[in-house]
Design a protein around this ligand. Structure first.
Ligand SMILES: Nc1ncnc2c1ncn2[C@@H]1O[C@H](COP(=O)(O)OP(=O)(O)O)[C@@H](O)[C@H]1O
Ligand SMILES: [Mg+2]
Length: 335
């Protein structure tokens, strides 16, 4: 037996019910229902992740440090290994976070709760030595690198898509001073154990309360402001990340303030350095800018990284991020 059913059997769940989980951009995730319990089984994206051993070790280190609760519990296969090999596929599993799911109905209370969850996560990993972690995706959050990669795709323009994206390219270049802002902050804040993909999709809610931060694949050493930035990017607006009409994509100041205040209240005094406190104000703008650059690069590169479901999807995503950036508090928008 191959595929998800075969993998489930090797975790000790033969004959389990298996349903795909929509929403993830990177791995293939399945909900497994078996008399033993409910699990999330994932076929890892080997095109994106090459250091599966390091990635797994990072998830285990964070889970060992925090226990089950803020983060999900990894589940080993029947032979005791964390990764199951099946041909070219690699599978791993988590216990399903009970009665929890993605945010339905983003309001200020949910935004505050998500901010607080991230704050508790940061407070919890503040004493987890980042030098013990692997770097599964080198320079993952690095605006200078992301912008350089965009320029490479632009020069190559392999799919002739640059002309149709001229407006977006101009707007990305206009906001390029954010590269310096992020670089300066990164130089001054400490290297931490960071989640590095702390968007709202990766926050699970139970009865309106944010309870678990999933998707530990990108945990690695780095500045925390990217985490707050990713959460602001996705939780400070009710517009979808890929809204087709950029006019709909604006920041909701009440949601923005709720994320920030929930976060600040959950991180005990003295944990954040002065530079980290300063970075809070720029976090949303730099993370949104980075995501715009990444979507635009992927559009020019022929949609190789982010899964797309319609023509022009990555260009629309880039447009939406640029529209959000224009309304977010930003070091560039100050009078
Ligand atoms: N332990 C879990 N319990 C419940 N739902 C989960 C769990 N892990 C993941 N999910 C759901 O599956 C989705 C995709 O999983 P994720 O690890 O984020 O994969 P991807 O890297 O593809 O985004 C999550 O957004 C979440 O809704
Ligand atoms: Mg995810």
């Amino acid at each position: 037996m191959t595929g998800a059913a075969g993998a489930a059997a090797r975790f000790g769940w033969p004959g389990a019910g298996i349903t795909p989980i929509a929403g993830g951009h990177i791995n293939d995730s399945f909900l497994v229902t078996h008399p033993a319990g409910e699990y999330v089984l994932q076929r890892l994206n080997r095109g994106v992740f090459t250091d599966l051993g390091g990635m797994t070790a990072n998830s285990l280190a964070v889970h060992r440090h925090l226990g089950t609760g803020l983060v999900p519990e990894p589940v080993p296969a029947a032979d005791g290994r964390w990764l199951v090999e099946d041909g070219d596929d690699r599978w791993r599993a988590w216990r399903r976070v009970p009665d929890a799911g993605p945010c339905t109905g983003l309001d200020a209370a949910a935004a505050r709760s998500a901010g607080a969850l991230l704050g508790r996560f940061h407070a919890g990993v503040a004493d987890l030595d980042p030098s013990r972690l692997a770097v599964p995706l080198p320079r993952f959050h690095d605006l200078r690198r992301r912008l350089a990669a965009l320029e490479v795709e632009l020069a190559a323009d392999r799919y002739g898509r640059a002309r149709g994206a001229a407006d977006e390219i101009a707007r990305v270049r206009e906001a390029a001073p954010l590269v310096g802002v992020a670089g300066d902050l990164a130089d001054r804040v400490p290297v931490r154990t960071a989640h590095f993909d702390a968007k709202l999709d990766n926050v699970l809610f139970r009865r309106g309360e944010a309870v678990c931060l999933v998707d530990l694949d990108t945990v690695m050493p780095g500045p925390w402001f990217w985490d707050l930035g990713d959460l602001l990017r996705t939780a400070a607006t009710t517009a979808a990340e890929d809204a087709s009409d950029p006019a709909e994509v604006t920041v909701d100041p009440a949601l923005y303030d709720a994320v920030v205040s929930g976060y600040r209240a959950a991180v005990p005094a003295g944990v954040l350095t002065p530079a980290e406190v300063e970075a809070v104000t720029a976090a949303g703008a730099v993370a949104t800018y980075e995501q715009a650059v990444r979507f635009l690069s992927d559009w020019l590169a022929g949609d190789v990284y982010f899964r797309t479901t319609r023509p022009g999807h990555n260009l629309e995503r880039a447009r939406a991020q640029l529209a959000l950036l224009a309304t977010l508090p930003s070091p560039l928008n100050r009078p």
